[in-house]
Design a protein around this ligand. Structure first.
Ligand code: NAD
Length: 494
């Protein structure tokens, strides 16, 4: 009998109003049922938002350093339970254990950073033009925050949203991805045990079109913080625009590595393997394109393909595994469809290009690390997000052409350049249309104390991470205090 889990609303663990559940399966082994989770709908969302409204009224009055104390305690629990959580994450969504542990570590780092923010949350003081008048801008909470998250970073991404939301004095309704409900449950349990009062954080499990959509539409929600695909993010943005809600969006990417002819080639190959095939290519910052200077293109491809062929597929808990499964059957099919699209567009598959089904792999969703050559910038595999272990390699005559190709996509999350020429590095930093650029490192490697996010259709101008997340999770309030005892008229009595 599979373990049954519940929603968390107003400080109580409760089933979905529908009484229905959905199954959480291990993507490396479909016979491994992790648990049954509540399939929530608008009724559960309504209860959760009401509980959050009550929670907010109390929580906003708790001083920020006290609020941050709860986040610090949760961070300590994450550290103590890191190994257990990492293993459960690998079982739930497939990434290899070292990467799952990195995901938990990112949650710990975020807790530490946001704990300090409890004693900062800096406002701005500036002089006033009138005498005996004092002006200051302070941060105030937004209210009820809807946190909607994807499955690829089941702990880190929720902490990026929930920890700052709580420190800033908001109440949260959390709707995690339907592929990773267990890690979401554990995070909520950990925060509740750390001393969060009931109603301040509520968990509603379920599907995007049901629970997620109802949450975005609910009039009691003041801010929607969404991370996921551009397709869904657009829908969320449209609803929020119609309802006049604040919305922050972190969406898809078609990230790129540029390899110049003066690059340390082995380093660039290491970066392309890590960026392209880490987390089975299912990172928002995955390097799904590599643009190589024609002078080193053949040498690069030889080494890259050779490394991709050697990657060992398997369950993420096996120490011998380099690449785990992809998240589900739908995604496996989508990745394979892109292989067929690439072939029909005239690209050549140098390795991979098919699901892996030998032995125990048949029980999961495995796809062979895939490298496309002869890719032209206009091809769909060069422009659209595949979200799997598929890398398109393109050629360029020089840096200018490489940058032009790099920017020929609607996305703009992460880019990287391998070069030893400092002029080229700076020209690339200036010209690449992405929110993050790496020099001599892969497209992956963000740290929590810096802004994270992308330009164009990757985002809508907000940045999570670092201090910039505070601009999402708070509103500015400007306060003027006139202690002159007489009517003073700004812009007039000057
Ligand atoms: P997804 O868009 O399918 O789902 C994301 C979340 O939205 C899930 O919780 C889902 O249930 C919910 N959702 C789905 N439909 C909804 C609707 N109509 N209304 C409200 N909520 C809805 O994305 P995914 O498959 O979980 O994640 C992969 C995508 O996320 C990729 O495109 C990846 O690039 C992106 N991503 C972006 C970042 C970033 O920071 N830019 C980080 C990680 C992942």
């Amino acid at each position: 009998m599979a373990h049954g889990y519940q929603n968390y609303i107003g400080g109580e663990w409760v089933p979905a109003a529908s009484g229905q559940t959905f199954d959480d399966l291990n993507p490396a082994d479909r016979d491994d049922l992790i648990g049954r989770f509540p399939r929530s709908d608008a009724r559960d969302v309504d209860r959760a938002v009401q509980a959050a409204q009550e929670g907010f009224a109390r929580w906003a009055r708790v001083p920020a350093p006290r609020r941050a104390e709860v986040v610090r305690k949760a961070g300590e629990t994450l550290r103590r339970r890191k190994d257990e959580l990492g293993r459960l994450m690998t079982r739930e969504m497939g990434k290899v254990l070292t990467e799952a542990l990195g995901d938990v570590q990112e949650g710990i780092d975020t807790a530490e950073y946001m704990f300090g923010e409890g004693r900062r949350l800096f406002g701005v003081q500036a002089p006033c033009e009138l005498p005996q008048k004092f002006g200051v801008a302070i941060r105030v909470p937004v209210g009820v925050v809807a946190a909607i998250t994807p499955w690829n970073f089941p702990l880190a991404i929720p902490t990026w949203k929930i920890f700052p939301a709580l420190v800033c004095g908001n109440a949260v309704v959390f709707k995690p991805a339907e592929d990773t409900p267990l890690l979401a449950t554990l995070l909520v349990e950990i925060l509740a045990e750390a001393g969060l009062p009931g109603g301040v954080l509520n968990l509603v499990q379920g599907f995007g079109e049901e629970a997620g959509d109802a949450l975005v539409r609910h009039p009691g929600v003041h801010l929607v913080s969404f991370t996921g695909s551009t397709e869904v993010g657009r829908k969320v943005a449209t609803i929020c625009a119609a309802e006049g809600k604040k919305v922050s969006l972190e969406m898809g990417g078609k990230n790129v590595i540029l390899v110049m002819d003066d690059a340390r080639l082995d380093l660039a190959v290491d970066g392309a393997v890590w960026g392209g095939f880490g987390t089975s290519g299912q990172r928002c910052t995955a390097a799904s394109r590599v643009i190589v200077h024609e002078g080193v293109a053949s040498a690069f491809l030889d080494r890259f393909v050779e490394r991709a062929r050697r990657l060992r597929l398997g369950g993420g808990l096996e120490p011998t595994t380099d690449v785990g499964p992809v998240i589900n059957a739908r995604q496996l099919q989508r990745i394979h469809e892109y292989t067929q699209i690439g072939r029909s567009e005239g690209a050549r598959v140098l390795t991979g290009g098919e699901p892996a089904t030998e032995g125990a792999l048949a029980r999961g969703h495995f796809y062979r690390p895939t490298v496309f050559a002869d890719v032209e910038p206009k091809m769909r595999i060069a422009r659209e997000e595949i979200f799997g272990p598929s890398v398109a390699v393109l050629r360029a005559k020089n840096l200018d052409e490489a940058i032009e190709i790099a920017n020929a996509t609607n996305y703009g999350l992460s880019s990287a350049i391998y070069t030893r020429d400092i002029d080229r590095a700076f020209r690339a930093i200036e010209a690449l249309a992405t929110g993050i650029t790496y020099v001599n490192a892969s497209t992956i490697g963000a740290e929590v104390q810096f802004p994270f996010g992308g330009v164009r259709q990757t985002g809508n101008g907000h940045r999570e991470g670092g201090w910039t997340v505070l601009d999402i999770m708070t509103e500015w309030k400007t306060v003027y205090i006139d202690y002159s005892g007489r009517l003073q008229r700004a812009q007039i009595d000057v």
